[in-house]
Design a binder for this molecule. Structure first.
Ligand code: FEO
Ligand code: CA
Ligand code: CA
Length: 661
């Protein structure tokens, strides 16, 4: 009999399962012929990837505090060894201080956290659950300050079974009340909280800051802009205009724009809808997005907009990227539909050669695609002028060729079969059903594209393909069947221009334990015995251009690596390219998310998500389900009666220098 999974484990595992789709071989073949005619490697190619790197000037380097850009710099810290236990570990020459935990106050009027007496109103004033992406916006705005700023944090989902003292062991349906559902809703979304570094070097939240804000699916009205705004397919009983929606949820990785706004992705939105779809027009669309989820949160029993039998178009109002202005606590966040609708993992950006903005986005599910949006306009020095920049531009999807070349194919209505003959009446339809549009163009199905990280110091772009257990047929970019371990692919935009339609790609690392040839891992040949990882997820480039990778093995950690998730420095240039070093190890059941550096590189904010939740049955000495009463760990408080709490840490070097040496 299959082992009973917790809800959180089921939610994580659901990414592994592809959704059914129909492709149009004729159009895919058309693209193939078109590509064959072109010399996509002209003037550049694999050789260029190996050539010496000439670092571009970081936008942050204008500040006196910014460190030298040196992507080939040696990491100078003592590695944390692999293993798994109830707590976190950081490299010996670093501090890792807990900055904020689920339940800690965000708004000044939050009463003390009482785990036994939670309510929705109070949760709306507190830090949410399952912190994922972290963005840092220095204060004052426009500075490169590294001692004061705004943290913008996603709260991806909730582990209800670890949150509530009375959560039942069996069927939870009778347990849920409107109040419980609304506590969980209030623990989703995002947090903006001001943080400052004191004279003692320690970071603290600023409890009475006017910037502090919670954004939730219970409380925060959001606008909708771009091609799908006001479209019939976005109209509901609550919002007959199709231009206003209550909140955001399942926000995973994300991004901060050059003008200091925060981009919140919406990922596994299907797990929030119940009921039978009442609109035939949306049937195929919902199937393609996995709506409703195989096991969804019970929100729809109390908030009818999550019930497809009542509001079959509500799912079309999620799966977008939301732009938030953290500098204006009264601003209305806006869903930017020009960036397409799919299971958005992240949205990190880079400037094109002509000053527009390119935003890279993964769609995290087995056999889904890699996307890029390029704005029509250029980034302006006038902040207000940038506020509508994401409404006009071109969405592209990636096609990877076996020879190491690749193309960004435009998802534009009226072109390449994206027209009435395939059910696309306008760009709104293309945006709403971006996945199906990408199918028609013959995009390359990938091994679960998670975070995509442009590195401004090298001009390269890193794509974390986290794993794909279901893969049978392999190709060059997805080279292993039954892939438990994942890989990181390096893209070099043609001519070093993020606006270019062509790119070259190469495999940076094929993850897994290199001691077992059957795994097929590929690292630097000089790799030490513990200098590897599996299941890359969130990534960051530090201010000197070095790459950092956080891992998420989910409940399969024991089969994938046998050790806890962590954060790793990964050399991408020079003779150490492809060597990883672990700087941080997570407590049992947690994944590591949101690596985020201050502009001077001396602080690394890091999110520990779902401690005590994933795969705890494999934790030696525990070997049972982790519950509120009996959790696999009580990290980070280790206080009787307190369950594990997702938390953000501030990591600093003891010598006051850059994190990682
Ligand atoms: Fe939310 Fe794809 O990790
Ligand atoms: Ca992720
Ligand atoms: Ca993940």
């Amino acid at each position: 009999m299959a082992e009973q999974k917790s809800f959180g484990e089921e939610l994580e595992a659901a990414d592994d399962v592809p959704v059914p789709r129909e492709t149009s071989p004729s159009l895919a073949a058309l693209w193939q012929r078109r590509l064959a005619r072109r010399d996509v490697l002209r003037g550049f190619g694999k050789a260029a990837l190996l050539a010496s790197v000439s670092p571009a000037i970081l936008s942050l380097a204008a500040c006196d505090e910014a460190p030298e850009v040196r992507p080939d710099a040696i990491f100078g810290f003592e590695e944390v060894q692999g293993g798994i236990d109830e707590t976190h570990h950081v490299a010996a020459d670093h501090n890792a201080d807990i900055l904020i935990r689920w339940g800690d106050p965000v708004l000044a009027d939050a009463p003390p956290f009482d785990i036994a007496n939670q309510n929705a109103a109070s949760q709306l004033a507190r830090f949410g659950y399952n912190n994922d992406f972290i963005g840092f916006v220095p204060l004052p705005y426009g500075s490169a300050a590294s001692t004061r700023g705004l943290l913008c944090v996603h709260h991806e989902y909730t582990n209800d079974d670890l949150m509530y003292p009375d959560y039942p062991a069996g069927d939870p349906r009778a347990f849920y009340t409107r109040e419980i559902v609304e506590i969980s809703m209030a623990a989703h979304g995002g947090t903006i909280v001001e943080v400052a570094r004191g004279e003692d070097g320690r970071w603290q939240t600023v409890p009475d800051s006017a910037y502090n804000r919670r954004l939730t699916p219970l409380s925060t009205a959001m606008g909708i802009s771009g091609p799908a705004a006001g479209h019939e397919r976005l109209k509901t009983n609550e919002d007959p205009s199709g231009t206003m929606v209550m909140g955001t949820f399942n926000n995973c990785a994300g991004g901060i724009t050059p003008w200091g706004t925060w981009l919140m992705s919406e990922e596994n939105i299907n797990f929030y809808f119940i009921g039978e779809n009442a609109d035939e027009r949306e049937a195929a669309n919902h199937t393609r997005m996995g709506v409703p989820g195989s096991r969804s949160y019970p929100w729809g029993y109390f908030h009818k907009r999550f019930d497809l039998s009542r509001e079959p178009r509500e799912p079309n109002r999620y799966g977008w990227v939301v732009e938030v202005d953290p500098l204006d606590p009264n601003s209305t966040p806006v869903k930017r539909t020009a960036l397409g609708r799919f299971k958005h993992e992240g949205c990190e950006n880079a400037r094109t050669a002509d000053g527009r903005l390119a935003i890279y986005m993964g769609d995290d599910q087995a056999f889904e695609y890699l996307y890029k949006f390029v704005t029509a306009g250029t980034v302006s020095g006038d902040r207000a002028a940038n506020m509508s920049l994401l409404d006009e531009g071109t969405l592209y999807v990636a096609r990877f060729e076996e020879d190491g070349s690749g193309t960004w194919m435009p998802l534009v209505h009226g072109e390449n079969g994206l027209d009435e003959t395939n059910g696309f009446a306008s760009q709104a339809d293309v945006a709403i059903e971006a996945r199906r549009a990408a199918d028609i163009l013959g995009a390359t199905p990938l091994d679960r594209p998670e975070d995509v990280q442009p590195n401004e110091a090298t001009g390269r772009v890193y794509v974390a393909l986290t794993n794909s257990k279901e893969r049978e047929k392999t190709d060059a970019v997805n080279p292993r069947a039954g892939n438990l371990w994942g890989q990181i692919v390096e893209l070099a935009p043609e001519g070093g221009d993020h606006g270019a339609a062509a790119f070259a790609w190469t495999m940076l690392v094929k993850c897994g334990d290199p001691r077992f040839p059957a795994i097929g891992a590929e690292w630097n040949p000089d790799l030490g015995s513990d200098q590897w990882f599996v299941c890359p997820d969130n990534m960051a480039a530090d201010p000197s251009g070095r790459l950092w990778v956080a891992t998420d093995q989910g409940s399969g950690w024991n089969a994938a690596s046998g050790a806890a998730d962590g954060l790793y420095a990964l050399a991408t240039t020079g003779d150490k390219r492809g060597i990883a070093r672990r700087i941080f190890r997570a407590p049992v059941g947690a994944e590591v998310c949101g690596p985020c550096f201050t502009p001077d590189g001396t602080t690394l904010f890091l999110a520990v998500q779902h401690p005590g939740a994933d795969g705890t049955k494999d934790f030696k000495g525990f070997e049972r389900s982790s519950t509120f009463a009996d959790p696999a760990t009580r990290w980070p408080d280790f206080a009787p009666g307190m369950p594990p709490r997702p938390s953000i840490l501030a990591i600093t070097a003891k010598n006051g220098g850059p994190v990682g040496g």
